[in-house]
Design a protein around this ligand. Structure first.
Ligand code: GDP
Ligand code: ZN
Length: 298
C-alpha cells in the first residue's frame, strides 16, 4: 500500500501521484464514492503504472459543483485558498465579488482578491480601483495587483500561493487562463506526462488537474468551475462570508429586525458610523433574501 494524491480525472480512472512524483493510472474501490482532484489516497499497485485506490484520507475542505441532477459532485479537495480574479474588463459588480467570497467562506478556505490587467489602468483608474477594493482589504482579504501580460505582481502572487493548494476563480475573460500559463511555465510538460499515463492525446485533459507551482504549492485548474457559483448554503455560510456584518448581528432593538427601516438597527448604525460599507450591507441583504426560507432574520 502506498499513499499519493489524485492529480487528475480521466473518465472512470484517476491519476495518482506518489511522493516521488511518479504518476499512476488508478481505479477506485466502489464503496469510496466520488473522489476529487487534490484527494489524498491510499492505493495498491495492480500493474507497472497502475493501481487501485482503497481509501481516502479525511478532507480538510471540499469544493463541489451541482451536476445536471442537482447532486453535489466533488471537484477539488483539500484546498487552502481560492483566489478571486477580477479585472477592469469585464468589470465585476460588488455583488458578484461578495457572492464569490461567501462561496469561499462556505467551504472553509481563505479567499484572496487578485486584480489582473492592471496594465490597462492609468493613474486615475488606479485610484478608483484602490478605493473600490479598500473595503475588502479592510475586512482582511489579501489584495494583489497583477498583470499576466507585463508580469507585474506575479512574484507577490507566487508568494501568496506558496505552500498552499489554490484555485483561481472569476468571470470569463478576466485572465485566469493567462495567469495559469504565467504561473506554470511547465504546464505543457505536465499535460504530456499525464497523457503518457492515460494513453490518450494531450488535449483530452479538460477536467480538473493539479499542477505544482515552481516556487512551491499547487494550483488546481478546473475549467468547468472557473466561474464558481453559489451552491446550497445556509445562513451560517452567509455570516462566515460577511464577517464585517456578522459581528453586529443580534444587536438590533428588534430581534426580528430586517435591517431596512427599523429604529435602532445595529447594522444601519454601524453603516452610519462608517464601520460597514453601504455596498456590503446591500449585497448582504440581497443574498439573505435570496436564501429565502432558509434565512431567518438575524
Ligand atoms: P479567462 O476567461 O479568465 O481564462 O481569461 P483569458 O486568460 O482567456 O483572458 C481573456 C482576455 O484578457 C484575453 O484576450 C487576454 O489576452 C486578456 N488578458 C489576460 N491577462 C491580461 C493582462 O494582464 N492585461 C491585459 N491587458 N489583458 C489581459
Ligand atoms: Zn437591524
Amino acid at each position: 500500500e502506498s499513499t499519493g494524491r489524485v492529480i487528475a480525472h480521466h473518465g472512470p480512472a484517476l491519476i495518482v501521484e506518489d511522493s516521488a512524483g511518479r504518476l499512476y493510472r488508478c481505479t477506485v474501490r466502489q464503496n469510496l464514492g466520488r473522489l476529487a482532484c487534490g484527494d489524498q489516497v491510499i492505493w495498491q499497485t495492480s500493474g507497472a503504472a497502475e493501481g487501485v485506490i482503497v481509501a481516502v484520507v479525511e478532507r480538510r475542505s471540499l469544493l463541489t459543483r451541482l451536476d445536471y441532477n442537482g447532486q453535489p459532485r466533488p471537484v477539488a479537495a483539500n484546498l487552502d485558498r481560492v483566489a478571486v480574479v477580477l479585472a477592469p474588463q469585464p468589470e465585476p459588480s460588488e455583488a458578484l465579488i461578495d457572492r464569490y467570497l461567501v462561496a469561499i467562506a462556505a467551504i472553509g478556505v481563505q479567499g484572496l482578491l487578485v486584480l489582473n490587467k492592471v496594465d490597462l489602468l492609468d493613474a486615475s483608474a488606479r485610484a478608483i480601483w484602490a478605493e473600490r477594493l479598500e473595503t475588502y482589504h479592510g475586512i482582511g482579504y489579501p489584495l494583489l495587483w497583477v498583470s499576466s501580460h507585463t508580469a507585474h505582481g506575479l512574484d507577490a502572487l507566487r508568494t501568496g500561493l506558496r505552500g498552499c493548494v489554490s484555485l483561481l476563480v472569476g468571470q470569463s475573460g478576466v485572465g485566469k487562463s493567462s495567469l495559469i500559463k504565467a504561473l506554470l511555465p511547465d504546464r505543457e510538460i505536465r499535460i504530456q506526462a499525464l497523457s503518457a499515463v492515460t494513453g490518450h492525446g494531450a488535449h483530452t485533459t479538460t477536467t480538473s488537474t493539479l499542477y505544482h507551482l515552481p516556487g512551491g504549492g499547487d494550483l488546481i485548474d478546473t475549467p468547468g468551475v472557473r466561474s464558481f457559483e453559489l451552491g446550497a448554503m445556509g445562513r451560517d455560510d452567509l455570516e462566515r462570508g460577511f464577517m464585517d456584518i456578522a459581528r453586529y448581528l443580534g444587536r438590533c432593538r428588534f430581534s426580528d429586525c430586517g435591517h431596512h427601516h427599523e429604529p435602532d438597527c445595529a447594522l444601519r448604525d454601524a453603516m452610519a458610523r462608517g464601520d460597514i460599507a453601504p455596498r456590503r450591507l446591500a449585497s448582504y441583504l440581497e443574498l439573505r433574501a435570496a436564501l429565502g426560507a432558509a434565512a431567518k432574520p438575524g
